[in-house]
Design a protein around this ligand. Structure first.
Ligand code: ZN
Length: 284
């Protein structure tokens, strides 16, 4: 059990020293570590497709922005081609009018051709000005195109990463969940088998259903889950050896309380024993 506990998160690494801890509590600590790890692994599995969906949406958005810029560029190109063609028409017309002007026989005709030629030149000037504005807009759009292309490339890479991460998570978490589920079934069966531990298991289930956890370590006169003080009498009962088989709940949050005596007695261990503990813990 201790080896299992050591590899779980949150970690309760209990080295094998004799604890005046109720056996049911000890199993519930294990059960909670398993339940929390199962939740973490399942949450990761549930989160992965959401990340992929977010990355897909970001890629679609980037594609849409790029397409919009490309469409605007095409529109500007078409506009300039139209202007070029209009300018060519005007120039042809002016050339024709100039020939007609040379052949004109009356001052009235001359005035009429000159007006038309002036009108043609005016129109060419306006179209050339429009072309310049279009060139300026195209310059801005070209810069946008570069930026949108980079954004799309990054979004594509992010999507591929999200998909790969999702696949890795499924590959890693599914067997881990199956193994922990089996362990959980075993621990629960052990707890349910005895009258002494079936009741605390029921308390654990009831409280953890509402609060996420059902058992909490009492540290320094406080419940470490809700941070509320444990009354002095209850603290004495909880930490006293004569009450090792009694179960206490936090009066504020209702979680079962357990107390790890090593927290309050780190001093008296002989140095040799302490070194052995450390070695055992690091070679596990
Ligand atoms: Zn509490």
């Amino acid at each position: 059990m201790y080896a299992l506990l050591a590899c779980l998160r949150p970690r309760y690494s209990l080295p094998s020293i004799s604890l005046p801890m109720n056996a049911a509590l000890e199993q519930l600590v294990t059960l909670q570590a398993i339940d929390l790890e199962l939740k973490r692994l399942r949450d990761q599995l549930a989160e992965a497709p959401k990340r992929v969906a977010t990355a897909e949406a970001a890629k679609k958005q980037a594609e849409a922005s790029l397409a919009a810029t490309q469409a605007s560029l095409a529109k500007e190109d078409a506009l300039r081609r139209r202007h070029e063609s209009d300018i060519a028409d005007h120039r042809n017309k002016i050339a024709r009018l100039k020939r007609q002007l040379d052949a004109a026989t009356s001052t009235q005709q001359v005035a009429a051709y000159e007006r038309e030629i002036a009108f043609g030149n005016d129109s060419i000037g306006k179209l050339e000005e429009e072309e310049l504005y279009s060139m300026e807009r195209t310059e801005t759009l070209d810069a946008e195109l570069v930026s949108h292309t980079k954004t799309l490339e990054a979004a594509q890479a992010a999507l591929e990463r999200a998909r790969a991460n999702s696949a890795t998570l499924v590959e890693r978490n599914k067997p881990a969940i199956m193994a922990l589920d089996a362990e959980r079934t075993k621990v629960r069966a052990d707890l349910a088998a005895s009258d002494a531990s079936a009741a605390p298991l029921a308390t654990y289930d009831r409280v953890s259903k509402g609060k996420g956890t059902g058992i909490s370590e009492a540290i320094d006169h406080k419940c470490s889950a809700c941070q509320m003080m444990v009354r002095p009498q209850r603290w004495n009962d909880l930490t006293g050896r004569e009450h090792a088989n009694d179960l206490y709940t936090c009066e504020t949050c209702g979680r079962l309380l357990f107390w790890d005596p090593r927290r309050d007695t780190p001093g008296p261990w002989p140095p040799g024993e302490r070194l052995a503990q450390t070695k055992a813990a690091t070679t596990q």
